[in-house]
Every structure is written in structure tokens, then in C-alpha cells.
Design a protein around this ligand. Structure first.
Ligand code: BES
Ligand code: ZN
Length: 625
């Protein structure tokens, strides 16, 4: 048996391997895809339900337990395949109690993918139970010492499964095209609370044993667990926040608009299908801004700005409850179907709650990010195609702003071409008729050709969808966002460059977004006196807003502006969010400060999640010891 990635799951059936029913607009073609990042062969034998029974051991930094799966054997095969990586498999049995044993073996290690677990079954086998233990270095897991938490007393654990890390903490069929329901029993130290991407407890009990239920089928990358000294507070009828006790009040204020966002989202694209929507504020080492774990978004504390100005991230993760969690990218090559749609939806939610002038600022900042990413990667780099080519690669490598912002631009162009009314009806139907299913880029294009393009004369020619999806760079029919509010910022910038003192600029009405535009567009060449003048007038170095700080540090690093040195170091040592780390360390490298970068990195690295250290080790040519 050769476990080469090219032998991944070739699927010629509906998303869960069922022959498709004639109920969706995609019926005139097959949802065909080959997920090269899983060893599972779900077209032959697929999991349908997981019963997870685990214990979380902080002392040994280990999760141990059993994953018991219900199976569907579609072809009468004698083998079922699971994904594992860096995972210890103890035994495999016919049920939770291992009353019968099954023969199994682990295949050879494949870079990025780990090792396939091959289990011998019969066409009659309905259940497979796998006893396992994680390794302390499991990539999905970050084990935090008390000092790395807000409370400083208790340890903390969180998982990050997207894209293909679920297999480092559960033996599982780890492809976005494979869905299953789950229930779980999790045992944790008595002082701590456990929460998952499921129906969650709201307070601690004195057994330390918590049970969970997720009745809607989800793919493995949405499996999530967090354990810590956590408290819950409701913010609306269907919404609430989990955080460490000392962070709860601030968090509840910051996320006070969650219920409004949920209502706005439902008004746009149909009912929220997951009942409750909560958010957990994680410690600052969380490597992402947010992660759309169903029913429970995982979020970085770096969006706690005190003024609700960074909460579009919540709109983003909430939007994934439709785009991604309900209609899921079939493979990681189709990642833009998750993220591009979500950015579009996020901005529609923000427009609904904060107005068009606000959402256009977000869109223009996003467009600036897109231009920068295209410039960085090169306008002819295939990684700037919407459809990615990740075979043989770590999917994480291809996950850039392209999927998000070029994807957004395509949907924006479609909206403008079809008209909002038609486009909204189209999207609402898309989410409804594909709910709990997968989508491929090709199926999406066919669907658009069969619906909107037929309906709206000239739309296909105007959009040139293949240029967007299969060609690099930004097509020339892009619709660039327009922001009057940023025009005012540009005027202030010009006035400052023409001699108006910083403190005399008309900035009183500005929000975080205007400030970001201002800082991003400061001239590249600045004197220390100019930096000091700006800092004295606007207090950038002391800002409590992490986005503003990160943008400002790009200038202070470039010009070696000493008064910001301590703040930069404090930032890099406490914050593990990769989106901030990458540009800041790169700026240090690009401006002759590699020694300083390494000095800070040495201090900071123990606080970073492996998702971040993987990226940063490479960039900084880090060598242990
Ligand atoms: N699903 C992503 C995070 C992700 C992507 C994790 C790929 C692993 C692999 C999440 O929804 C996301 O996009 N987060 C963004 C914030 C958002 C507002 C753009 C982030 O973390 O910065
Ligand atoms: Zn996202």
C-alpha cells in the first residue's frame, strides 16, 4: 500500500458520500473533488458520528482517551483510513469498551500530513473505537502556564484544528469534505471549565467532568476544545461570552453588539442554524484573530480595544456560521469559498449595523492589504489565483489575504453587476440549498453560470470569472472601494506634510480605521522629530489598540525610533497573533535589525503557538539553543 497524497479521497458523490438528491441547483453536474490532504477514503468508508471520551492532563501536557466512531461503509470495503499526526495509537476495537479488537497499522509518515491509520473492518462493521494519547508537542494544542494567562493562577489549554491539525489531537478523518456529529465527555482539573465547538456548560461543577453535544454535522477542522479558569456571561438572547474572570467585564462590553450582528446576519442570508452563538476570549498567544468554531468563536484578546472598534472580527467569525461551517470548501484549494464569502458577508453585517461609510473603510483597508499581498507574492504568482494548488504543500502556506480580499473583490463585483437584490437572493439560496454540504470552486462557477449569468444579460462577460479564479493578480475590472472618510484623512496627511502641526489636524471624529489609514499612509521617510511630534499629539506608542500599535511600529522600526523600543518588545513578547508577528519581525529584518529581532524572539518564542513559530522560525532562520 502506498500512502501517497495523490491517492487521497476521490469523491464522485454528494458531500457526505450520499448520491445527491435532486434538490439543489447544482444537480446537472457532480460535486467532484480530490482532497490531497487527507488519507481518508470517505467514498469507501466514512465516519458519521464521533463519541469522544478524553482526559486533559496538564502535568504531562497530554490528552488521553478514546474516539469511538459510527461508520458508513459505502462500498463494502475491508479497510477504513483515519488521519493521525504525532499521535500515539494504543488500540483499536469494535466498541467503546474494546470488547473486540480490530487489526490496525500506521503507514509511513508523509510530510505535513502525518501517518494514515489503516483499520481492518468488514462490510458489517458499524463502529470503530480508537484509544489514543497526544504528544506534548501536538501542533493543534497550546498548553499555557499560569503566567501566560490573565489570571496567572491556573494553566490553560486551547486547540486550533484548521487546516489539518485536528489529526494531532484526535485520530480522525480530517478533510473538510467529511462531516460528522459528535458528543464528548471531557475530564479536566476541578478548578477549570472545559468548552467545545458544541452545546456548552456555563459554569464549573465539582467533578471536573463535562459533557458536550454537537448535533449538526461538522468537518474535523471545526473540532475545538478550550480548558481554563473561565466564566460565562450572556450578552443577548442567543449570544454570550466566555473569558477568564478578570477579562469578562471588558469582554462583555466589547462584544455588546453580538446579538445585533446575529440579527443582521439572519436578515441578510437566512436563519442561524446553530442555536447559540458564543465567543471565548483566549490568552494573547492565540495565533489567529479568530477561529469560527461552531457555536463558540475562539478570539484573540487583541481585539479588546475598549471602544468596540475591532469587532468586525466577530462579524467575520459569525458569518462563517453560513460561509464555511454550513457550506464548506471541499478542499483547501477551495479556501476562498470559505474566506472570500465570509469577508463579503462580514462587511454586509458591518454595513447593516454601522453604516456604509464604516464598511467601506473596512473594504478599503482590505483592498490595501490585497495590493500589498499581491506586491509581496508577485502579480504572476499562482498563489494569487483564487483557486489554490496546494498538493504536496502545507495548506497553511497558501492561506494568504488572496482568499479573503481577492475573494471579497470578486463577490463585490458580482453584487454590483447583478444588483444587490438579485445577488442577495442568490446568496441566500446558495447557503440554504447547500447547507451542511461541500462546495468546489468548479461547482460554484457552474452554479453561477446557470443562475446569475443567465439572469443578468452581459454579466458573464463583465465579470470574467475565470480571470479571477484561475489567473494571478488583480483583474482590471476590480471595483475599488471608495471612502469619503479616508479622503478626509488624505487631506489631513497632506496638510501635515505642508506644515500644519499634528495637534492642529482635524482628527476628533476619527475611529480606529481612519487612524489606520493615516498611519499606513505616513510618508516612508520620517525624521525622529516628526515621529516624536506625531507621538506627542496622538499617543501612538501608548495606544491600547493593538492594530494601531502594530501599524505604528512599522514606522518606528524603520526609523529606529527609540522611544517605542520598549513598547515594541512588550508587544512582541505578549502577543502571539501571527498576522502581527510576521510584518513586524520582517520589518526588523528588512531594516538591518536581525540581532534585535532574534533577541526579542528568544524571549517571546515560548509564548507563541506552533502555528506562529512554524512561520517565524523559518523567517528568522531560528536555531534552537
Ligand atoms: N478561519 C480563519 C482562521 C484560519 C484560517 C485558521 C486558516 C487556520 C487556517 C478565521 O476565520 C479568520 O479568517 N481569522 C482572521 C480574522 C478575520 C477578521 C480576517 C484572523 O485570524 O486574522
Ligand atoms: Zn475567516
Amino acid at each position: 500500500m502506498i500512502f501517497a497524497p495523490v491517492l487521497g479521497a476521490l469523491i464522485l458523490l454528494g458531500c457526505n458520500g450520499q448520491p445527491k438528491e435532486k434538490d439543489s441547483p447544482q444537480d446537472d453536474y457532480k460535486m467532484e473533488f480530490n482532497d490531497v490532504h487527507t488519507f481518508a477514503k470517505p467514498a469507501e468508508a466514512a465516519i458519521t458520528h464521533l463519541d469522544l471520551d478524553i482526559k486533559v492532563d496538564f502535568e504531562h501536557k497530554q490528552i488521553t482517551g478514546t474516539a469511538t466512531y459510527d461508520l458508513e461503509n459505502k462500498t463494502g470495503t475491508n479497510k477504513i483510513y483515519f488521519d493521525t499526526r504525532d499521535l500515539n495509537i494504543k488500540r483499536v476495537g469494535t466498541d467503546k469498551n474494546f470488547s473486540g479488537e480490530l487489526t490496525w497499522k500506521l503507514g509511513d509518515e508523509v510530510e505535513f500530513l502525518g501517518r494514515p491509520l489503516e483499520v481492518d473492518i468488514t462490510p458489517e462493521t458499524k463502529v470503530v473505537a480508537i484509544e489514543f494519547a497526544t504528544n506534548p508537542g501536538a501542533e493543534a494544542l497550546q498548553w499555557l502556564n499560569p503566567v501566560q494567562t490573565a489570571g496567572k493562577v491556573h494553566p490553560f489549554l486551547f486547540t486550533q484544528s484548521q487546516a489539518i491539525l485536528a489529526r494531532t489531537w484526535i485520530p480522525i478523518q480530517d478533510g473538510p469534505g467529511i462531516r460528522f456529529t459528535y458528543n464528548a465527555t471531557v475530564q479536566v482539573p476541578k478548578e477549570l471549565l472545559a468548552v467545545m465547538s458544541a452545546e456548552n456548560p456555563r459554569e464549573k461543577n465539582d467533578t471536573g467532568i463535562y459533557t458536550f453535544k454537537m448535533d449538526q454535522p461538522i468537518p474535523a477542522y471545526l473540532m475545538a476544545l478550550s480548558v481554563g479558569d473561565l466564566a460565562f456571561q450572556s450578552v443577548g438572547e442567543h449570544t454570550g461570552v466566555y473569558a477568564e474572570p478578570s477579562m469578562l467585564e471588558r469582554s462583555v462590553y466589547e462584544f455588546g453588539e453580538m446579538e445585533d450582528m446575529l440579527v443582521a446576519a439572519e436578515n441578510l442570508y437566512g436563519k442561524y442554524r446553530w442555536d447559540q452563538y458564543d465567543l471565548i476570549v483566549l490568552p494573547p498567544s492565540f495565533p489567529f484573530g479568530g477561529m469560527e468554531n461552531p457555536r463558540l468563536t475562539f478570539a484573540t484578546p487583541t481585539i479588546l480595544a475598549g471602544d468596540r472598534s475591532l469587532t468586525s472580527l466577530v462579524a467575520h467569525e459569525l458569518a462563517h456560521s453560513w460561509s464555511g461551517n454550513l457550506v464548506t470548501n471541499a478542499t483547501w484549494d477551495d479556501f476562498w469559498l470559505n474566506e472570500g464569502f465570509t469577508v463579503y458577508f462580514e462587511r454586509r453585517i458591518m454595513e447593516a449595523i454601522s453604516g456604509r461609510s464604516y464598511s467601506e473603510m473596512l473594504a478599503l483597508l482590505g483592498y490595501q492589504d490585497l495590493q500589498e499581498t499581491v506586491a509581496d507574492l508577485g502579480a504572476d504568482n499562482p498563489d494569487t489565483d483564487l483557486k489554490l494548488a496546494l498538493t504536496g504543500r502545507n495548506p497553511d502556506d497558501g492561506m494568504t489575504d488572496i482568499a479573503y480580499e481577492k475573494g471579497y473583490c470578486l463577490l463585490r463585483l458580482m453584487e454590483e453587476t447583478a444588483g444587490r437584490e438579485k445577488f442577495d437572493a442568490f446568496l441566500k439560496d446558495y447557503f440554504n440549498s447547500n447547507a451542511f454540504k461541500v462546495m468546489t470552486t468548479e461547482a460554484f462557477i457552474k452554479h453561477v453560470e446557470n443562475t446569475l449569468f443567465k439572469d443578468v444579460p452581459g454579466m458573464a462577460e463583465k465579470i470574467r470569472i475565470n480571470d479571477w479564479v484561475y489567473s494571478p493578480g488583480i483583474p482590471d475590472n476590480v471595483s475599488v472601494p471608495v471612502s469619503d472618510r479616508f479622503t478626509k484623512v488624505d487631506e489631513a496627511l497632506a496638510a501635515w506634510q505642508n506644515g500644519t502641526a499634528a495637534k492642529d489636524l482635524a482628527t476628533t471624529e476619527w475611529t480606529t480605521h481612519e487612524w489606520l489609514h493615516f498611519i499606513r499612509h505616513l510618508p516612508a521617510e520620517l525624521t525622529s522629530a516628526q515621529l516624536a511630534q506625531l507621538d506627542a499629539a496622538f499617543g501612538f506608542t501608548q495606544s491600547g489598540n493593538k492594530e494601531i500599535l502594530a501599524a505604528w511600529f512599522m514606522h518606528t522600526i524603520r526609523h529606529q525610533y527609540k522611544p517605542a523600543d520598549d513598547a515594541l518588545e512588550a508587544f512582541l513578547v505578549s502577543v502571539g497573533r501571527r498576522k502581527f508577528l510576521k510584518p513586524l519581525y520582517k520589518q526588523l529584518l528588512d531594516h538591518g535589525q536581525k540581532a534585535r529581532a532574534l533577541e526579542i524572539y528568544t524571549k517571546a518564542r515560548p509564548n507563541y503557538h506552533s502555528v506562529s513559530t512554524n512561520t517565524m522560525d523559518e523567517m528568522l532562520e531560528w536555531k534552537q539553543g
